[in-house]
Ligand binder design. Structure first.
Ligand SMILES: Nc1ncnc2c1ncn2[C@@H]1O[C@H](COP(=O)(O)OP(=O)(O)OP(=O)(O)O)[C@@H](O)[C@H]1O
Length: 325
C-alpha cells in the first residue's frame, strides 16, 4: 500500500511525502521544523488540510481511531491501568479479535521485543526502555500499513537506545508497511531509514537516500547532524570532513581560498580524535589527534588557523531539486 501525503497547516507546515511499502522514512530537521506536526496530523492528533492517501483511503477523512496506524509517540503513554500484555492486546481486541488470540499475538510481540517476562507488569513498574519496547510491540501487533515513530529513543539510556535501535532495525527490515520515523539522531536516520526527508521551517528542504543526504547535505542542520563542514559559495555548497582540516597556530602560507581564522570554542573527544568547535569568519569543526591537541594547546579561547586542501572538498548544487546531479 502506498502513501501519498500532502499536508498543510497554515503558517506552520506545507509538506508532501510519498512512500512505497517497506520504506522507512526518517524525518529530520531542526526544532520547530514541523516533524511532529506532520506525523501527528497523519495520526489524527493534529488538524491539517490536504490529503493523506494510504492505499485508496484518505486518512484525513477518518476519525483517529479509524485510521489504524501504529504510533509510538512521546506523549502517547501506555494505559496505566492495563498490564503490558493487555496494553499490547488492546489494538487487536478493539479490532474485534477474541481475547485469547489477541493476547497470544501480544505475547508473541512482547517476546520479539525481549520483554515477555514483563507481561503482567503495569506501566508504572517498567523502566523507560522496557515501556518503550512495550509501546513498539503495541504499535506493531496490529500489522499496520503505516507506522509512526516520533523520537522513539529519546530519554532512554544510551546503551538501551542502542540495543533498541538494533532490534527495531530488524523488525523494520521485515515490516511490509510504511514507517515514518521522526528523529534528531543522525545514527537513526542513517542506519534505520531507506529515505531521509529533511524538513526546515515547515517545508521539505531535501529528500534522498541516507548516503546522499549525508554526503551532500543541503541544510546547516543536517551538515551538523552528520558532522560535516558545509560552506555556501553562491548557489553551490562546499562540504568537507572535520578530519580533512589542518589546524595551526599561525597563518598557513598556501591555498588562500581554503583557510580561515578563528577561535576554539569547544573541544571534546570524538572517536580517537579531539573534535574542535571553531568560530570566526566561519563556524567550523576540525578533528585533531590528542597529541596535536596537546602540542598546539588547543583549548577554548585559543586563536587558530584552519585550512583544507581543495582535493578534500566536495562541491555541489545548493538547490534541493538539483541534489542528485
Ligand atoms: N499546538 C500548536 N499550536 C500552534 N503552533 C504549534 C503547535 N505545536 C507546534 N507548533 C508550531 O509548529 C511548528 C512546528 O512544530 P513541530 O513540533 O511540528 O516541530 P518539530 O520539527 O517536531 O520540532 P521538535 O524537534 O522541537 O519536536 C513550530 O513553529 C511550533 O512552534
Amino acid at each position: 500500500m502506498t502513501l501519498a501525503a500532502r499536508l498543510a497547516i497554515p503558517g506552520r507546515l506545507d509538506v508532501e511525502v510519498d512512500a512505497e511499502p517497506g520504506d522507512v522514512i526518517a524525518l529530520v530537521g531542526p526544532n520547530g521544523a514541523g516533524k511532529s506536526s506532520f506525523v501527528h496530523a497523519l495520526a489524527g492528533l493534529q488538524h491539517a488540510e490536504g490529503s493523506a492517501l494510504l492505499g485508496g483511503r484518505d486518512l484525513l477523512a477518518l476519525a483517529p481511531q479509524e485510521r489504524e496506524v501504529g504510533v509510538v509517540f512521546q506523549d502517547q503513554r501506555l494505559f496505566p491501568h492495563l498490564s503490558a500484555l493487555d496494553n499490547v492486546a488492546f489494538g487487536p481486541r478493539s479490532r474485534g479479535e477474541p481475547k485469547h488470540s489477541a493476547r497470544a499475538a501480544a505475547r508473541t510481540w512482547l517476546e520479539r521485543l525481549g520483554v515477555a517476562e514483563l507481561a503482567d507488569r503495569k506501566p508504572a513498574q517498567l523502566s523507560g526502555g522496557q515501556a518503550q519496547r512495550v509501546a513498539i510491540a503495541r504499535a506493531l501487533v496490529t500489522d499496520p500499513d503505516l507506522l509512526l515513530l516520533d523520537e522513539p529513543f529519546t530519554g532512554l539510556d544510551v546503551g538501551v537506545a542502542a540495543t533498541l535501535r538494533i532490534e527495531l532495525g530488524k523488525h523494520l527490515a521485515d515490516f511490509r508497511g510504511i514507517t515514518l520515523l521522526v528523529t534528531h539522531d543522525a545514527l537513526d536516520a542513517l542506519t534505520l531509514a531507506t529515505t531521509v526527508v529533511v524538513l526546515d521551517s515547515g517545508r521539505v528542504a531535501q529528500v534522498g537516500t541516507p548516503a546522499e543526504v549525508a554526503a551532500q547535505p543541503l541544510t546547516e542542520h543536517v551538515a551538523r547532524l552528520v558532522g560535516l563542514n558545509v560552506l555556501r559559495d553562491g548557489d553551490r555548497l562546499r562540504a568537507f570532513s572535520p578530519a580533512a582540516v589542518t589546524v595551526s597556530r599561525h597563518a598557513p602560507a598556501d591555498s588562500a581560498r581554503n583557510r580561515w581564522h578563528g577561535v576554539v570554542r569547544g573541544a571534546a573527544p570524538h572517536g580517537d580524535a579531539i573534535r574542535l568547535q571553531v568560530t570566526g569568519e566561519r563556524d567550523l569543526i576540525a578533528d585533531v589527534t590528542p597529541a596535536a591537541s596537546r602540542e598546539l594547546a588547543l583549548v577554548p579561547g585559543q586563536e587558530v588557523w584552519l585550512s583544507v586542501k581543495e582535493t578534500a572538498v566536495t562541491t555541489y548544487d545548493a538547490r534541493a531539486d538539483a541534489a542528485s546531479d
